[in-house]
Design a protein. Structure first.
Length: 333
């Protein structure tokens, strides 16, 4: 086993970029090998489309959700979501580096003030028990109620110490979920945060919850799906979202991309590992000038480069760090 030394660069400058992600699902058309009259084929197709529309709802048109936050000093970007019946507004960090939905629950210890999920006021809330195989239960509580509890740990929680960790703990639930724009998933799994422990001088002060946008294979609470994939599987949105992250605020575009936020054409790059959004980095430039580093060095940590909207850090190997640091220092001369 190779032991690699990694270094962290804090990005303290404004950054604006667009990330557009679409997973590689393939739709295979049904093809008839019988020679049918053209008019009959069109009539049958019309009937088929009518039946399909009665079974599967039409996707909501792509819509924008404005994001608060910044690279610094917030350290992340947050959006509004809604849970329950009637809908309860929540504030969550949009995180492409995780897959779970965790929201501050009423009475949370250590959570910032603001909107908190109250399961007792939602008609559709259902608490999860430890015999539910769709959840990863770290422990069970409340005696005969046998409630399923999670305990998630996150890194890069403290601005002054990038290695500091913090943990979120609480019970788990099923309830309805909306990202806005008319979307509604009737039942998603998530965790309520009843205890926030660890570093407090961090991004969680501004964002009491987190909405993981990575792949379901990275989930550690609800194992079936992510909330975004639930909207996709329910036919609510197309399987694509876009993130535009600016120096102050940004946009989350669901079900498509916002053409007003970029110039030219969108270029797609393959996802090499479907847990995080892992891509193959080919180059890195400072002030428009390539560092001239072998791309293999950039892609050592996770067999690629992880695109993570939930951290303000750039993590590279020691070799890449030395070259980057030297170039930044030269800019100060």
């Amino acid at each position: 086993m190779m032991n690699l030394q990694f270094w962290t660069i804090g990005l303290l400058v404004g950054l604006s970029f667009l990330v557009s992600i679409s997973s590689g699902r393939h739709h295979v058309p049904l093809v008839s090998h019988r020679a049918l009259p053209h008019l009959s084929l069109r009539t049958d197709q019309s009937r088929l489309e009518t039946l399909k529309s009665q079974i599967t709802p039409s996707p909501v048109s792509p819509f924008d959700s404005p994001l608060g936050g910044s690279i610094w000093p917030t350290g992340g970007y947050f959006a509004q979501i809604w849970l329950g019946t009637p809908l309860q507004k929540q504030l969550v960090q949009v995180d492409t580096g995780s897959s779970d939905l965790l929201v501050a629950e009423a009475g949370c210890i250590g959570c910032p003030k603001g909107d908190q999920y109250n399961p007792s006021t939602s008609k559709t809330s259902k608490q999860v028990t430890c015999d539910d195989s769709h959840f990863h239960c770290v422990f069970c509580a409340n005696g005969t109620a046998n409630n399923c509890y999670y305990n998630n740990t996150y890194n890069t929680c403290d601005y002054s110490d990038p290695t500091a960790a913090c943990s979120l703990l609480g019970p788990t639930y099923y309830d309805s979920f909306s990202l806005g724009g008319g979307t509604l998933a009737k039942s998603v799994g998530f965790g309520g945060i009843t205890l926030h422990a660890g570093a407090y001088d961090n991004e969680w002060i501004n964002m009491p919850g987190v909405m993981g946008m990575a792949y379901p294979s990275l989930s550690s609470v609800w194992l079936d799906n992510t909330v975004f994939d639930s909207l996709v599987s329910d036919g609510q949105v197309q399987n694509i979202f876009g993130l535009c992250l600016g120096p102050n605020g940004g946009h989350l575009t669901v079900g498509g991309i916002n053409e007003s936020l970029y110039l030219g054409d969108v270029t797609y790059t393959p996802i090499t590992t479907q847990m995080w959004y892992v891509i193959g980095m080919t180059d890195f430039g400072i002030d428009g000038i390539s560092l001239g580093i072998d791309p293999v060095i950039y892609n050592t940590i996770a067999n690629g480069t992880i695109i993570d909207s939930g951290t303000y850090n750039l993590v590279v190997t020691g070799e890449a760090y030395d070259v980057m640091a030297a170039n930044f220092v030269q800019m100060c001369d």
